[in-house]
Design a protein around this ligand. Structure first.
Ligand code: PLP
Length: 444
């Protein structure tokens, strides 16, 4: 029997109300109900909705041109945005290639790495090692790197699966190691995998510096980051940072890489880049890499909409607003406040087992036993239940049931970088009501 309510083809049948308008961290459906956008959509609307300066810049660009094919014209917004990005990147990462989203950014990063290796006489290198769990996108190349079986396995045997190492889910470890030792232990998994695969076949290692939806804002111990970079150097393997979710301020620094002074070889960005005002992403690499490719005839890659002037005008305006309003500083300060408030919930609720993250990319995880970190029973479907309880009460949060190799319910709390203290109170108030309702429903 048909359940058709629309000609639009959604991913699933869960009906949602029509969005009417959105402003700041608030969204309103057509009945007038207000929601706090506690996850910035999917960690996208980083500067809040309907920012008047961004809208004005986009309108001004619309009056000039909304499309200029990159093989026919250069455009000012794309040139301006590329220089603004280059100024904000660590070290020598100063060549920017525009795309329209996160999966495209990851695809482009892999192809850039592969073509560069060929120019260096290293065509035997093609394997890209990634982590499990991880999320790098939904296109086939990005999915090959994604460590999340429910999304990847249905596409076997069409899928090529790339080698994976365990993400550093140290909070689940029950050993006597120090944080530093644990970080090094997880980094050594990369070295082992490179040797197992044969270093001459390994092109790159890709990681989300702070996990997104896949691990729920998983931050590795500090020692992990530097050791991973060293291992990549030792074997001549390119280090790709997937900063699609973490980039452009979300973790309290322009890139998450800055927290550990890492200069990756390639960075993929999207989401907060045009912050939901337009589809936009980028791959950033070093001049030497890009020049080698151009000398060899050019990058064999591109998308029709890449560098679209309207999207780039939005990107320029977003970066200007981030600077004008000191949003990265606000993100760090409000992130610390929100994290401490979430940590407070661990005392109140015996079923909150972990709170983690950096800046305003924060998560908490539900467990049935804190000591063993045993997840709640799968049939409770808590990762969906709590989202619904919060949604009914006017708070949007983001959830998944997955963590370091086993299943667990985690929830991302990631409001826009404009959030203030009283709005954090509002978020916490609704979250507590929703957690109380969850506890009552499942007798937790
Ligand atoms: N990489 C990471 C780390 C992501 O979080 C996402 C999306 O959630 C992607 C890549 C894919 O981005 P998109 O959905 O824009 O294709």
């Amino acid at each position: 029997m048909s359940n058709k309510t629309s000609n639009l083809f959604y991913q699933s049948r869960a009906p949602r109300p029509f969005l009417d308008r959105a402003e700041g961290i608030y969204m309103y459906d057509q009945s007038g109900k207000r929601y706090i956008d506690g996850s910035s959509g999917a960690m996208v609307s980083n500067i809040g909705h309907s920012n008047p300066n961004v809208l004005e810049a986009m309108k001004a660009q619309m009056d000039k041109s909304t499309f200029g094919y990159r093989l026919h014209f250069r455009t000012e917004p794309s040139e301006d945005l590329a220089s603004m990005v280059a100024e904000r990147m660590p070290g020598n990462l100063d060549r920017v290639f525009f795309v329209s989203g996160g999966s495209e950014a990851v695809e482009s990063a892999i192809k850039l790495a592969r073509q560069y290796a060929i120019t260096q006489g290293k065509s035997s290198r093609w394997k890209v090692i990634s982590r499990f769990p991880s999320y790098h996108g939904s296109t086939f190349g990005a999915l090959a790197l994604t460590g999340y079986d429910p999304l990847a396995r249905p596409f076997d045997p069409m899928m090529r699966d790339m080698p994976k190492i365990a993400a550093p889910a140290c909070y689940l470890d029950r050993d006597n190691l120090t944080d530093e030792q644990r970080g090094l232990k997880y980094a050594e998994l990369l070295r082992d995998e490179i040797i197992k695969q044969g270093p001459e076949t390994v092109l790159a290692f890709i990681m989300e510096p702070i996990g997104g939806a896949s691990t729920g804002a998983l931050v590795a111990p500090d020692s992990y980051y530097g050791r991973i970079a060293e291992i990549c150097k030792e074997f001549g393997i390119l280090l790709i940072y997937d900063e699609v979710m973490t980039g452009v301020g979300r973790t309290g620094s322009f890139l998450a890489a800055n927290h550990w002074d890492i200069e990756p070889d390639i960075v993929a960005m999207s989401k907060g880049f045009a912050a939901g005002y337009a589809p936009l992403g980028a791959v950033v690499a070093r001049e030497t890499m890009v020049e080698a490719l151009l000398d060899a005839g050019g990058f064999l890659h591109g998308y029709t909409y890449a560098g679209n002037p309207l999207a780039c005008a939005a990107g320029v305006a977003v970066l200007k607003e981030i600077d004008r309003l000191s949003l990265i500083d606000n993100c760090a300060a409000m992130g610390a406040l929100l994290k401490s408030r979430l940590e407070g919930l661990m005392e109140r609720y015996p079923f909150i087992g972990d709170v983690r993250g950096k800046g305003l990319l924060l998560a908490f995880e539900l467990v049935s036993d804190k000591d063993s970190m045993t997840p709640l029973p799968k049939e409770y479907n808590c990762y969906l239940e709590l989202v619904e309880l919060a949604y009914e009460r006017g708070l949007i949060i983001y959830s998944r049931r997955t963590r370091g190799g086993v299943e667990g319910d985690h929830f991302l709390v990631a409001p826009a970088m404009i959030v203030n203290e009283s709005q954090i109170d509002e978020i916490m108030g609704i979250l507590i009501e929703s957690l109380d309702a969850l506890a009552a429903k499942f007798d937790l």
